[in-house]
Design a protein around this ligand. Sequence first.
Ligand SMILES: Nc1ncnc2c1ncn2[C@@H]1O[C@H](COP(=O)(O)OP(=O)(O)OP(=O)(O)O)[C@@H](O)[C@H]1O
Ligand SMILES: [Mg+2]
Length: 252
Amino acid sequence: MAEEIITAKDVRLKYGDFEALHGIDLSFRKNEITAMIGPSGCGKSTFLRCLNRMNDLIDGVTITGDMRLEGKDIYAPDTDAVELRKQVGMVFQQPIPFPFSIYDNVVYGLRVAGVKDRGTLDAAVEKSLRQAALWDEVKDKLHDSALGLSGGQQQRVAIARVLATQPEVILMDEPTSALDPIAATLIENMLLELRSDYTIIIVTHSMHQASRISDRTAFFLQGNLVEFAPTKTIFMNPQKKETEDYISGRFG
Ligand SMILES: Nc1ncnc2c1ncn2[C@@H]1O[C@H](COP(=O)(O)OP(=O)(O)OP(=O)(O)O)[C@@H](O)[C@H]1O
Ligand SMILES: [Mg+2]
């Protein structure tokens, strides 16, 4: 069986008194793409943010349960959240480049980590932009503002920025929902390429996207994980009525 890189057991999360996750057991295999689907408000983003401790940044949040990255407790007192977020990088729905050049956007994380050597930075920029399928489009204007790029290009810069820090896991929260179908397909194809080197966990409202690119799919409903199975099973032969209703568009 494929190696599990992240394991989560009985994850409960409260925003103040409101329990948004009611005990989630979900594990992610190395070099797979796992899709998380479910209607708005079911807790997909909340769960995703637990995996690299992004919820730590929100006031009044309590999280219990056991979450591990390669066996190491993500919430242990000696786990450095900044280091963790390098290993478990995140790409958001809106591509939000920093207001500086493409080059400076891509090396941002490396500079924060103290890398100064020009040759190292140059090599990381080329490698990350190639992996993000953007190099050919921007190699002659690396020092132009990233804000001058199209939405799809900006999202690929955001992906290159995450790749530059050499994460093991990439979390993506609806990374293509703000893009046109062509830009979205380009990113989907890139993710299929990246799968051989990374573990990808993607939240999506697109059933087409989940079925096209993911190996396994997790269906959430109202803070619970209803069904988790190989993507083919979820879409062709779901075991739970709620899953079937959702994927056939009866609610959500
Ligand atoms: N910062 C917050 N403070 C309080 N409640 C929150 C906060 N963020 C999310 N929630 C609540 O937690 C529940 C889960 O929200 P979450 O954003 O995880 O859903 P989602 O599945 O990602 O939805 P969507 O598909 O719309 O992005 C919702 O009821 C939401 O209102
Ligand atoms: Mg969300």
